[in-house]
Design a protein around this ligand. Sequence first.
Ligand code: ARG
Ligand code: ZN
Length: 899
Amino acid sequence: MTAVEQSLPEQNHQPKTIYLKDYQVPDYLVKTTDLRFEIYDGETIVSAMLDLYRNPAATTAATQLRLHGADLELISISLDDKVLTPADYEFGEESLTLFNTPETFKLLTITKIKPEANTSLEGLYRSRTMYCTQCEAEGFRKITYYLDRPDVMSEFTTTVVADKKYPVLLSNGNLLEQGELDNNRHYAIWHDPFKKPAYLFALVAGDLAHIEDSFTTCSGREVALKIFVEPKDLDKCDHAMTSLKNSMRWDEEVYGREYDLNIFMIVAVDDFNMGAMENKGLNIFNTSCVLAKPETTTDAGFQRVEGVVAHEYFHNWSGNRVTCRDWFQLSLKEGFTVYRDAEFSADMGSRTVKRVEGVTLLRTLQFAEDAGPMAHPIRPESYIEISNFYTMTVYEKGAEIIRMLATLLGKDNFRKGTDLYFDRHDGQAVTTEDFVAALADASGRDLTQFKRWYSQAGTPRLEVTDHYDEDAQEYRLTFKQSCPATPECQHKLPFHIPVAMGLLGSAGDLPLYLKDAEPDFETSDNTYKVLELTQAEQSFVFQRVQEKPVPSLLRGFSAPVKLHYHYSRADLVLLMSRDSDGFNRWEASQQLGLAAIYTAMQHYQQGGDLSGWVLDADLIEAYRSVLQDESLDQAMVAYMLSLPSEAYLSELAEVVDVEAIHYSRLAVRKALAHALRDEFVRIYNAYNHQQAYRVTADAIASRSLKNVALAYLILLNDETLIRACEQQYRTSNNMTDVMAALTQLVNSESSLGQGLAENALADFYQRWQHESLVVNQWLMVQASCSLPNTLAKVKALLEHPGFDGKNPNKIRALIASFCNSNAINFHANAGAGYQFLADQIIQLNRQNPQIASRLLTPLTKWKKYNSQQQTLMKAELERIMAEPQLSKDVFEVVSKSLA
Ligand code: ARG
Ligand code: ZN
């Protein structure tokens, strides 16, 4: 057999745009896929035997077959046992086309790949001591020639052969056979009985340890559960295992979904582009989303593990059993699964807290995306590189769309709808239209207008005005909706928007009597209603309203919109203390905080001095009463006392004034710290006793409240308090409290704090240098420091042994943290931060295009800054654009940003 050298076309022409409207069913389908991997040091030989047949649904009978393939060396290819010659096929860009293909045939290809040289972390690659795969979205084509598209589903059998120094050999499905071979080699054969697209394929080979448990499904089947990690991490798997069992039970109870194989495996990998991947029966996880123990992992880390384990497990139904027809449908599985995992987390912990966290994420990052050059509907119409569409919009806004459907249908009909969806489409690759149709059919609701949420991008704006007629005792609410233009659509049609609401009187919730409404049988609670907006302007009249009410609108954030209603400070104080909707109590606190920051900003922008800034007494009292409110969950107190973030303030701004935002927010925080010092000290002392660490919602809430108090107190630059912080750093038994204290020391403006921070940072690295995930937290706390000179420190850290420029987690911890979470430094020094970021992106462009592209986000927002900053940011984008051999990933984001 002679190796056929494939000449790779240079990628210097404009990459091609793919359109949803061009979708065509595949010409051929694959019945079975038999793979054999021979893993050797430096190279792997892949044999693929495909059983192909013409797609009966194709409009014409094809006589050619175009397979996807990238970075492959073809060794041989035969069709029904006949060896093909170069006259029988042709290489294209990422493709191999076979001529004269019959109705059905068996195709055997043998290719050589180099996992050790694969730095893109797509396809088969090496991470530290193991081999692993990442195939979604289009990584399988880097493994072998294939119909690498999600509507081609096939039954996979996989043989993995390797040296015995890799004792663990895994793939999807059930283990059929394993055994020894000559030359110190061995093999394992896996068979997955469920048809799947190639993006769900997985393989792992390594020297791994594992923990094992089992789960009995609702129909009484035993499922073996295994979590594989590097041996040093075996002590950090228990939380993931508990989360997995909870997820399996929850999906049975809430969605009636049972697991379907005899084994479910998770493997933790250190080098991973994303969070995790739902490969059938063999989920592969970023170590940061599996490993957790109190000494090394913060509460947020524990919660992330729980959420991601659930997310990937839930994909077994929403994604794997029912998958996507094409990648424009990505939100079909991702939006739905994010909604499912968010509801799971809400059930495991505090529902209101989870909602506050989810909405915070949406309103800072997704709203910003919706307002920028990469804005796209949750079902995009076109893309250049699909990896660029694993976005906040597809995931988080996608989940909001599902949440609205659940709100509109009500619990029972929503469940009937999802049952119908799973039954009707089990084993199929479908579209978001199919999903909505199942919900409409099961509930009898007309969702035609609702579907605009799938095709129109942008964040709708809701203007609300009201009128109270005292004589008639009638209260009218008027809603006007609009939506700003986005790249794909200038004029938006009205959305179907559910507005959950109530009315507050001086003594709390008022009963609601909606004029001309059909009597509401669904709910016995007459203080809560879901109004349905479908027109550009719409009014609702409430009767028997005995006092002028304060409206509580968009309860639980019932729709992903920007709500505008002119609340007075007194209204907000009432909502913050009396609303029966916990989310809106928090929202009122944020509105109060925003107003306070805006007042300071105005002063600053007019050249005023913010030192010694004070807040109005009634505002202070409002915050004081939150601290004293015994009825509130402590986690909610912590969130209500936390001011809106700089990122959220930037999103809300027309033109972002980085310094004004930073210094005004800080001034308000200092003013609160001075005014409420005694309360904060009381809270800090009340919760600051060492206890055995637990991850319960209550324990997390106490730590979070205590650390919010600490963050305020440290602003007072008081020696006793700074020393207390340092003591917390030294003596805490858990990473949440250690990191909270370290963060405060690192950001302390006092020289005492700075000195203590320097010692603590050295001590921390000394202590944790062998725990990669902990070192990431150490990088992140330094990169996020808002004091001057941070860029120089970040640059120095690039050379530190604790950093690794090939590892995505380290890149995120150091480079992305600096550029995304440290606005005051990133935008300082005449563009030095922009230049730094562009240098990093250019370096990563070839090494790892997905990560390079993701790092671009802060530069894509250039149009929101002042003209000097705009010029500097744009210049860096142009410098990147001028690079030879730009990856499709980077090209797409940069070109759209400059358009
Ligand atoms: N499907 C994975 C999830 O659970 C994400 C994988 C995306 N990978 C990628 N390279 N874009 O959300
Ligand atoms: Zn997912």
